[in-house]
Each structure stands twice: as structure tokens, then as C-alpha cells.
Write a protein that binds this ligand. Structure first.
Ligand code: FAD
Ligand code: FES
Length: 241
């Protein structure tokens, strides 16, 4: 699979270092929930393309919800309509349709889960540090339950699971590993699917930068074997970050 020059349609600033980048792409508009694309600015610095989950797709376009973290995401945030990026995708295994799972999202981890909720029946729970009306507006129609950790008495999205959704048949989680570990203390690992969002380079299975420790001493490649895994297949005793 090759990178394609891809036209930026819009950059929407949501505040709190979050923005949505919308691009024009027939290929990416056919992405399924759980899939991602790698994006580069087509220059030497930063050289390595960065992976982003598809947040929404269809009608010849795809949207990505991005949090500014380091150099590449800061440069992406400064693009404007009509600029060109290099995009490769859709990559990764799509999430199958499950029977009404509870989706547990931490921060920008909401991107692939919101896309899932747009396509399939599910209950979306989202934990954010502080209110972000711009982000919540993009989720309208999905009826998410949002909890703000630093306001209104606080609490995390896992507290919400414990209080209101403690015995669901399936949870699909995407967020910081600390959130995932807390979830696994609250519900049985057999009922948890995790979308892993760590470091990546090639995005197509050759460099092993994305290797995730698997049970039995082996590794799984997030880019080709993931990005979603059964929690019971991941070896949490080895470093994940
Ligand atoms: C499958 C998947 C889906 C993701 N989905 C999303 C999403 O929807 N939204 C979102 O905001 N984030 C998502 N992420 C995380 C996102 O890819 C990172 O936040 C992003 O790569 C940060 O890039 P940066 O340059 O801004 O940050 P940095 O922290 O500067 O760099 C990111 C990583 O690249 C490495 N790196 C930097 N420069 C180089 C270099 N020159 N050579 C080699 N490695 C280098 C760094 O070590 C670091 O680990 C996803 C990650 C994965 C794996
Ligand atoms: S990113 Fe290179 S093998 Fe996964």
C-alpha cells in the first residue's frame, strides 16, 4: 500500500489541544470502525508518518480527531483547507459488529469508538479531564455519557462503569493504559476488547515498532494484527507504553 497525496478539506479547532482534520479520499471514506490511517506531512521532519484512528468516514471524505502531542500533531494542526498531506490507509482490522457493547473511551481514545457507535448499536461512555463542548457537539446523535474528571465532583470513566454498567457482556476500551488497567480491575478481562494506540512507524507490519507483548512471551503487531485485541491475549506483566 502506498501513501497518497490527500487534500485537506477542513481543520476544526475544538480547544483543549484537540482538532478535527477532514480529508478528501475515496479510499479512506470506505474505512470501517477500528481502522486507522498513517499521515505524514510529506517532508523530512517529522519523517515517520503518524497513525490516527478514523473518527468518521463516508461520501468521499474521512475525519480524524487529533490531540496535539508533539511535533507532527502540532504541525498538522496548523494546516488549512487546500493543503496536501500524505495518507496511507485504511489500515488495521475493522472491529466486527458485537451485540450492544459498552464503549469505554478516555480522551482522544473516543475517535474509533465514536465511529463504531455511528455504525453499530452501542453505549458510548467518555471520560474527559474537563468539559469540551466542541468535542461533545461532534458526538451529537450518539447519546454519549460523558464524565469530567476535574469538575462536578470528579470521577473517571471507569468509576462510571463500576457504578452504572458493572456487568455488561462486552466492553470495548480505547484510552490511556492506566484507564485500561483500571477497567480490568473492575470487570472480567474475558469481557474486554482493547484498541491499542502506541508507537508506530511503518504501519504495515515490517518494522515491529508497534509490537505489543502477547501471552506466551510473544509479540503482536498493532498495525496488522490489531489495533484491537482481546484483553486476555495481552501480557500486562510486560511494559506496554
Ligand atoms: C492505531 C493508532 C491510532 C491512533 N489514533 C489516534 C487518534 O485518533 N487521535 C490521536 O490524537 N492520536 C492517535 N494515536 C496516537 C498518535 O499517533 C500520536 O499521538 C502521534 O503519533 C503523536 O505524534 P507527535 O509527533 O505529535 O508526537 P511525538 O510524541 O513527538 O511523536 C510520536 C511518536 O513518534 C516517535 N517519533 C518522533 N519522531 C520520530 C522520528 N524522527 N523517528 C522515529 N520515531 C519518531 C516518538 O518517539 C513518539 O513515540 C493513535 C496511535 C495508534 C497507534
Ligand atoms: S508499525 Fe511497523 S510493524 Fe507495526
Amino acid at each position: 500500500m502506498f501513501s497518497k497525496p490527500t487534500r485537506v478539506l477542513e481543520i476544526r479547532d475544538l480547544g483543549s489541544k484537540l482538532f478535527i482534520i477532514s480529508v478528501e479520499s475515496e479510499e479512506l471514506s470506505r474505512a470501517m470502525p477500528g481502522q486507522f490511517a498513517t499521515i505524514s506531512l510529506g517532508r523530512d521532519d517529522p519523517f515517520v508518518p503518524r497513525p490516527f484512528s478514523v473518527f468518521n468516514a463516508g461520501d468521499g471524505r474521512a475525519d480524524f480527531l487529533v490531540k496535539i502531542k508533539g511535533r507532527a500533531t502540532a504541525l498538522l494542526a496548523r494546516l488549512a483547507e487546500g493543503d496536501t498531506i500524505l495518507a496511507t490507509g485504511p489500515l488495521g482490522r475493522p472491529l466486527p459488529e458485537f451485540d450492544s457493547p459498552v464503549l469505554v473511551a478516555g480522551g482522544v481514545g473516543v475517535a474509533p469508538l465514536a465511529f463504531y457507535a455511528r455504525k453499530h448499536a452501542a453505549r458510548l461512555l467518555l471520560g474527559l479531564p474537563d468539559p469540551n463542548p466542541g468535542l461533545v457537539e461532534t458526538l451529537s446523535g450518539l447519546d454519549p455519557v460523558v464524565i469530567y474528571e476535574n469538575t462536578h465532583g470528579g470521577g473517571t470513566v471507569v468509576d462510571l462503569v463500576k457504578e452504572k454498567y458493572p456487568s455488561e457482556s462486552l466492553y470495548i476500551a480505547c484510552g490511556p493504559w492506566a484507564m485500561v488497567r483500571a477497567l480490568l480491575e473492575a470487570v472480567p478481562a474475558e469481557r474486554v476488547i482493547i484498541l491499542a494506540e502506541g508507537m508506530m512507524a511503518c504501519g504495515v507490519g515490517t518494522c515491529l515498532v508497534c509490537a505489543l507483548p502477547a501471552k506466551g512471551g510473544k509479540y503482536m503487531r498493532v498495525c496488522t494484527e490489531g489495533p484491537w485485541f482481546r484483553a486476555t491475549d495481552i501480557d500486562f506483566t510486560r511494559p506496554l507504553e
